[in-house]
Design a protein around this ligand. Sequence first.
Ligand code: SF4
Ligand code: SF4
Length: 164
Amino acid sequence: MSDSTNICLSCGLCCDGTVIGFVQLDREELPLLRDIIDIENTNGEGFFLQPCNNYCDGCTIYSKRPKQCASFECGILKSIEKQELDFDAALDIINVVKQKKFTIESELALQQIELQSQSFYFKMGEIKKLIQKNAPELALTQSQLNLIEDIKQLDNLLANKFDV
Ligand code: SF4
Ligand code: SF4
């Protein structure tokens, strides 16, 4: 198995709602996927939200996965394919992202910040809007400042290393 296949098996950040928030489906894919994916419909088009219900330590419908899943390549994967990054260095970056996500989720729970979205990706959008709206008027606590800093660090990691 190649390093690029292996890294995706060790990662899963594009299936669990960290790197992307939804997968767009082609119209012709809908009949085949309707029974195995919770598809949201918009005028005959389809998409599904992350975290994907077919992700369980890897894709459980790998041979039938949507086209966008099969073609998606983040910056880490591209760097491995170009041999600009080796497997261990890529795994280190992925683990830093997973740890940062865990820290942010723990901070949100500790601070009892309730967000509407199921997906971590969209939760980050929600919390950024909340901060933007309220921050100028609030005297932020150290925990809130830490949360803002962690979100910034995660954003930078995702933008710089994953190209999203
Ligand atoms: S985020 Fe990148 S490395 Fe991780 S599973 Fe998706 S394509 Fe693979
Ligand atoms: S269908 Fe498979 S590859 Fe696509 S998001 Fe779900 S688990 Fe990931």
